[in-house]
Write a protein that binds this ligand. Structure first.
Ligand code: IMP
Ligand code: MG
Length: 182
């Protein structure tokens, strides 16, 4: 991570989505998911670390019976830009074969992280595979990856809070803010 070695830059943060905004969107997403998965069991996969708060709130908002597993991916690159080279740091512990898998992501940005995860999961033959992201950042998309549930869309800008970090900081903020000065 470059930023830890560079001199301290003064950052400013502008509120983007409040804790109430986030809670309201999650309630609506959960209702949509419940409609789509009626009579089924969901295997939710959290893509660590960024989605840990989102999945914690989403899995409690959804009424459909759900189990959870975690995957940790790392993409090489700078703190704010994906390189597209993805490493699996921690694989799933459950088999997803014949399960209804819902991947829960924090942000889809270039789409490269999700594309390689999707390919890896499809090889394991789930009954179905859908993707839910809290934030869809469209400006930097370089690959078309199908996203089934979107919390919020935004064009560009780097955001932190509610699980999202800048160099591992600010994940603990209850709301989402745009960072300037990175
Ligand atoms: P992608 O491969 O470019 O789609 O990278 C997506 C991943 O990069 C997300 O899952 C985040 O972990 C990280 N990321 C992208 N944009 C932001 C941001 O604005 N704030 C924090 N993390 C971000
Ligand atoms: Mg992530």
């Amino acid at each position: 991570m470059e930023t830890s070695n560079t001199p301290q830059i003064k950052l400013s943060m502008t509120p983007l989505f409040s804790a109430d905004d986030i809670a309201a969107r999650i309630k609506a997403l959960a209702a949509e998911i419940d409609r789509d998965y009626r009579g089924k069991e969901i295997l939710m996969i959290a893509v660590l670390k960024g989605s840990f708060l989102f999945i914690a709130d989403l899995i409690r908002a959804v009424d459909t019976p759900s189990v959870i597993d975690f995957v940790r991916l790392a993409s090489y690159g700078s703190a704010t830009q994906s390189s597209g080279i993805i490493e699996v740091r921690k694989d799933l512990e459950m088999s997803i074969k014949d399960k209804h898998v819902l991947v829960v992501e924090d942000i889809v940005d270039s789409g490269l992280t999700l594309e390689s995860l999707r390919e890896m999961l499809l090889n394991r033959q789930p009954a179905s595979l859908k993707i839910c992201t809290l934030i869809d950042k469209q400006a930097q998309r370089v690959t078309e990856v199908p996203v089934d549930y979107v919390g919020f869309s935004m064009d560009d800008g780097f955001i932190v809070g509610y699980g999202l970090d800048l160099d591992e900081k600010y994940r603990d903020l209850p709301d989402i803010r745009v960072v300037e000065g990175t």
